[in-house]
Design a protein around this ligand. Structure first.
Ligand code: GLN
Length: 278
């Protein structure tokens, strides 16, 4: 397989950044450093692993799963098909958590997937500890490995849990409840890119209007947050004000954070206090 041939095949499969994807695959499976690629675009690279990886990408499998790892917030994460691929959008939530968590905060990450949020926050804030929940055991084992890889495993506990269960979070106490929950409206899920459809549906489908998890978690968080605590959510396009309204129903005040593209992407809900400070 040559780089030029791979690029053509990937482009024909409808992949927008065919050159970049081909370069990443040639580097990862063919051992060709990306800076040498321009000089060997028509050179035959003989590797069954590379052929197989290109086939998988032509079938629109996400690059992240094929490579089995990805960088997020400057850290390396291993991935499997039970974790949503960490997205750059989510870095805003991490940054907002790092800036707002009080000293020695204990927080939870709901629907942790690969552990991207919890592990990155713990890595930047060595004074904090966390509990991370996911409904999928396979995702949790990737998250646990990622905690180890990034040197934070002594400050995080993982637990399998259904965030929509009646007794979820009962008896827990946190300074912050953080989540990038499934937020795509159920009817929109089937229309997503082929790559996204190969990601776990359960990590995407947020119910009829996409807001099911925000409703359930906000209601629960009220009783588990310590004084001065907050909820921090990543939200989908156009959802920030709906999520702020859900917060208001439960007595939270909202702060909305736009991402670099100007899209409202993170919502921080603080417990409101009455004039007596109660
Ligand atoms: N950001 C993801 C997407 O748009 C969705 C992730 C989620 O539902 N939390 O594909």
């Amino acid at each position: 397989m040559t780089y030029n041939k791979a690029t053509v095949l990937l482009r024909e499969a409808g992949i927008e950044n065919a050159e970049i994807d081909a370069a990443i695959l040639f580097e990862h499976f063919g051992g060709i450093a990306s800076h040498s690629l321009p000089f060997m675009k028509n050179e035959e690279v003989d590797s069954p692993e590379l052929e197989d990886a290109i086939k998988r990408r032509i079938a629109r499998e996400p690059l992240q799963y094929i490579i089995g790892e990805w960088y997020f917030y400057g850290l390396r994460f291993t991935l499997n098909a039970d974790c949503l691929c960490p997205r750059p959008d989510t870095e805003l939530t991490v940054e907002t958590a790092i800036k707002n968590l009080p000293p020695r905060a204990h927080f939870c990450d709901i629907g942790t997937g690969s552990g991207a949020i919890a592990v990155s926050v713990l890595h930047s804030r060595p004074d904090t500890t966390a509990e991370a929940f996911d409904i999928n055991e396979n995702a949790l084992s990737a998250a646990a490995e990622n905690a180890k890889l990034n040197g934070v495993s002594d400050r995080i506990k993982f637990e399998i849990a259904d965030a929509l269960a009646e007794d979820f979070l009962d008896g827990r106490k946190y300074d912050a409840v953080i989540s990038n929950p499934p937020y795509i409206p159920a009817s929109v899920v089937p229309t997503l890119d082929p790559e996204v459809l190969l990601e776990p549906h359960r990590a995407l489908d947020g119910g009829e209007d996409g807001l099911d998890f925000y409703r359930a978690i906000t209601k629960k968080a009220k009783s588990v947050l310590l004084d001065g605590g907050f909820i921090l959510y990543e939200v989908g396009i156009g959802q920030a004000h709906d999520v702020a309204a859900i917060g208001a129903e439960h007595g939270f005040t909202a702060e909305i954070f736009p991402d670099l593209g100007g899209i409202d992407r993170a919502v921080l809900l603080r417990k409101a206090y009455n004039s007596k400070g109660i």
